[in-house]
Design a protein around this ligand. Structure first.
Ligand SMILES: [Zn+2]
Length: 286
């Protein structure tokens, strides 16, 4: 009888596992998610309000509009176009960007100098949109729930400090607001893989993603460590991998209409911040 019960609970667990498995778009990977989608979206929303509430939004309307425009195009080309997407440009030298569940994305002005043009920015935003669509935050929360054992769905709220302490890092945010933590190597590679397809579908030349990472590497070589995803995978591996993914992304790009190529060049590469030059269309078909 006891044995029977144990078997039964095992069957139940397996059923739960199957029921909670989702398939990520583009990569078709099976992933485990134990919290309801609405709860995930609510968490993302709350964490986003906190993060952006204390941060200073960029005062440059043209750059803000640029982030919004590229972000919206990518979101529309993604597998979750109907999320309540938000794209904010935060004034900070940090070379970073982050995405929270439910389509809440923030880009720091520091990364714009590496992005250089719309397609470079689309590389960043494609990657971030992919994190949200692949539900990486909810996957990490689910892993924590299993690891900590006996955590119920009800415990997954930011309202008490003990829960905040593991939920914020699971969402990619540090305990201190303003710090973003890297996702796992697998999540990062997957976001690259999905992101390059999304940028192509949105009409941006995916070849720019390779150049973006090369610029990023150069910056690293200059002794100024960039923070955006700098931990993993190694940038060399990342560039090699992106080159492998290019044919598939180029296929998507060929099918896409309209094409924007590299889009507008928005910052003079040489002198980094401040000097915004007028938009110039580069080899794109508007
Ligand atoms: Zn990432």
């Amino acid at each position: 009888m006891k044995r029977g019960l144990r078997d039964l609970s095992l069957v139940f667990l397996i059923l739960l596992f199957i029921a909670a498995c989702v398939t990520t778009p583009v990569t078709q990977r099976e992933a485990l998610i134990l919290i309801p989608f609405e709860q995930e979206v609510a968490l993302g929303d709350q964490a986003y309000r906190e993060m952006t509430g204390t941060a200073k939004e960029s005062a440059d309307p043209r750059l803000r509009e640029l982030v919004l425009r590229v972000g919206r195009r990518i979101a529309a080309a993604s597998d979750m176009p109907d999320l309540n997407w938000e794209f904010k440009l935060i004034e900070s030298d940090t070379q970073n960007a982050f995405a929270l569940p439910g389509g809440k994305v923030a880009v720091y002005t520091g990364i714009l100098k590496v992005a250089e043009n719309e397609a470079g920015l689309a590389t960043v935003l494609g990657h971030e949109v992919a994190h949200a669509v692949a539900r990486h935050g909810a996957q990490r929360i689910s892993q924590q729930m299993l690891l900590q054992g006996g955590l119920t769905v009800a415990a997954v709220t930011l309202s008490n400090q003990r829960n905040r302490n593991w939920i914020m890092p699971a969402l990619g945010l540090g305990a201190t607001v303003g710090i973003t933590l890297p996702f796992s190597r697998m999540n990062e590679s997957e976001a690259d893989e999905i992101g390059i397809v999304y940028m192509a579908r949105a009409g941006y030349d995916p070849r720019e993603s390779v150049r973006f990472w090369q610029r990023f590497n150069q910056l690293k070589g200059s002794g100024q460590p960039p923070e955006f995803l700098s931990t993993h995978p190694s940038d060399e591996t990342r560039i090699t991998r992106l080159k492998e993914l290019l044919p598939k992304a180029m296929d998507e790009y060929q099918k896409t209409n309209p094409k924007f190529g590299e889009g507008d060049l928005f910052l003079r590469p040489a002198d980094l911040f401040g000097d915004v030059i007028p938009p110039k269309v580069q080899g794109g078909i508007k």
